[in-house]
Design a protein around this ligand. Structure first.
Ligand code: UDP
Ligand code: MG
Length: 337
């Protein structure tokens, strides 16, 4: 391709301390990229100085484009919106906090030029993160790997480059509980990897406290796996077989040993134990049911309240009125007019 167009998507949630430095490093990288570039900053409902800073950057540099949500819709939705609006031949998603060095984008693009269609940035090393974060993250990747058919490479985040073909495929996936790093693998295509060292957050604090991390993990697992639902069947069989075998055992015990099974303690413990397991599985079923409910409501994935720097083509689009897949390059607008 002679003059390729590269889009870079960055989700922003309370990142006022990081934005100026992010722009500095990112624009230096964009200057070095061979071809045209755009930087799409998606404000995910931050109410600090992030949006004013983004507006200012947009005025200074026409490569910068700004999308702002009407409230916080979450990291995965911010990425989704950025991808929906990106016009590039490639779209790279990267976090704002400079944990993922923007300079790595140059390597991702090189890999794309060699023919890769999805280039994953794989963390060779993680600097400046607590052992707890590293431990939970590695557990998470291993659980996902064990429970799903999907081969999500261990130690990859959302930092990745996707070819236009992949982006168009991904844009057809409009599910609400979005686990983007899984979906971009799920769509297939030729995958490739680039290793990098993940740094400390430049400034500010993580926007993923434990509670959000757990919800994210739950989304990841339930989006791609029925294993939690099926576990009830397996456990049910195990207990049914045990119960069946226990009948002759109890009869024999009573015949030879008068005081066997007289107490209430064993009954009490087993009823509580099985009751607990049943409630857990009721909860798991509820988890999936809730997700189905969310999908059937067909609400828009996100609501944009402000956009700057996009050309007319992507500006005034009708709200999404149908539910069929979107065709290639068709812009997706989720505005409620
Ligand atoms: N983020 C977002 N919406 C949220 C939470 C986070 O857009 O509700 C953005 C955040 O600004 C950052 C990226 O998602 O660019 C990753 O968040 P963070 O660095 O806090 O996560 P961590 O690296 O600690 O997992
Ligand atoms: Mg981070």
């Amino acid at each position: 391709m002679n003059n390729p167009f590269h889009s870079i998507v960055v989700p922003i949630y309370f990142e006022e301390e990081v934005l100026p430095e992010l722009y500095k490093r990112m624009s230096a990288v964009m200057d070095r990229i061979n071809g045209e570039t755009e930087l799409i900053l998606v404000n995910d409902g931050s109410t600090d100085e992030s949006l004013p800073i983004m507006r200012r950057l947009q005025q200074q540099d026409s490569r910068v484009k700004v999308l702002s949500f009407s409230r916080n819709f979450g990291h995965q939705m911010a990425i989704t919106a950025g991808i929906d609006y990106a016009q590039g031949d490639t779209v790279t998603v990267i976090d704002a906090d400079l944990q993922d060095p923007p300079e790595v984008i140059l390597e991702l693009i090189e890999e794309w030029e060699r023919g890769a269609e999805v280039v994953l940035a794989v963390r060779a090393k993680r600097l400046g993160e607590t052992w707890f974060k590293k431990f939970t993250a590695s557990m998470f990747y291993r659980v996902i790997d064990g429970m799903t058919e999907l081969k999500i490479p261990v130690d990859t985040g959302d930092f990745r480059l996707m070819d236009r073909k992949v982006v168009n495929a991904l844009k057809q996936v409009r599910e609400h509980h979005r686990f983007m790093r899984g979906l971009s693998v799920w769509v297939g295509f030729k995958q490739s990897e680039v290793k990098y060292v993940r740094h400390e957050r430049y400034a500010g604090e993580t926007k993923y406290p434990l509670k959000k991390m757990l919800r994210f993990a739950k989304d990841g697992i339930t989006s791609f796996s029925y294993v939690p639902l099926q576990m009830a069947t397996t456990l049910g069989f195990i207990f049914a077989i045990l119960a069946f075998l226990s009948i002759p055992a109890i009869i024999l015990a009573r015949l030879y040993w008068e005081t066997a099974f007289l107490g209430q303690a064993s009954t009490f413990a087993s009823v509580m134990f099985l009751g607990g397991i049943q409630l857990i599985f009721l909860g798991i079923i509820g988890e999936y049911l809730g997700r189905i409910y969310n999908e059937v409501k067909r609400r828009p994935l996100y609501i944009v309240s402000e956009k700057l720097g996009f050309d007319e083509l992507t500006m005034d689009l009708p709200p999404r009125t149908r539910t069929g897949p979107l065709s290639a390059n068709e812009p997706v607008e989720m505005l409620i007019n």
